[in-house]
Design a protein around this ligand. Structure first.
Ligand SMILES: Cc1cc2nc3c(=O)[nH]c(=O)nc-3n(C[C@H](O)[C@H](O)[C@H](O)COP(=O)(O)O)c2cc1C
Length: 191
């Protein structure tokens, strides 16, 4: 207990204590993936943690997988996240952005022009997802070409740049829980 509230060095950062807040999707952005004042307030209230990992944030519009989740793909999104990081820093906190591309764990109603979700292979996930009109069956995703995979990697790179521009202290790449990177690593979703 006495150790928990002492500073710790993590890479190039010194955290004010050893509590790290887990990333949690809150679905409080608008339909354009822009987080509003409620999101700034939410994270500022939690800035007493040594480090906050943000909710999953889509690097490109095709990475969105849940209704009302935020992105880091547009100027409006960068500007909105700047307010969030300023609010956290004003309280002495630190915040990383979790970059989350959902791949096949998505739905056309969440994607540009009703696009089919993308994945390593055209294998439909079991189950349903929460959309603007309630629970909907997952659909069969479209297989990414090799060129498109290079494009997705570039999207992660650009998202990281934008996150740093928006004042985040770092990024975490979400590579677990069945999202796109893990879809590539799993035989059940990659042929
Ligand atoms: C509502 C909700 C949203 C979550 N969203 C994310 C997310 O965006 N990214 C992520 O990596 N994990 C997410 N998680 C997982 C949590 O970060 C955490 O790993 C999980 O709840 C297990 O933690 P525990 O073992 O302390 O319960 C979410 C969990 C919940 C309950």
């Amino acid at each position: 207990m006495s150790q928990l509230f002492t500073p710790v060095r993590v890479g190039r950062l010194t955290l004010q204590n050893r509590l790290i807040m887990a990333p949690m999707t809150r679905s409080r952005a608008d339909d354009a993936g822009v987080p509003g004042d409620l999101v700034s307030l939410y994270y500022a209230q939690r800035a007493g943690a040594g480090l906050i990992i943000s909710e999953g944030v889509f690097p490109s519009a095709m990475g969105k997988g849940y209704v009302r989740t935020p992105g880091i793909a547009t100027e409006a999104q960068i500007a909105a996240w700047k307010k969030v990081t300023e609010a956290v820093h004003a309280q002495g906190g630190r915040i990383f952005m979790q970059v989350m591309h959902c791949g096949r764990i998505s739905h056309p109603s969440l994607l540009p022009n009703g696009a089919q979700p993308v994945a390593p292979s055209a294998i439909k996930p079991a189950g349903q997802t929460w959309t603007g009109s309630g629970m909907q069956e997952f659909v069969t995703p479209r297989e990414l070409s090799l060129d498109e995979i290079a494009g997705v990697i570039a999207d992660y790179r650009m998202a990281t740049r934008r996150a740093l521009e928006a004042g985040f202290d770092g990024v975490e790449l979400h590579a677990a829980s069945g999202y796109l990177p893990e879809q590539f690593l799993s035989s059940g979703s990659n042929q």
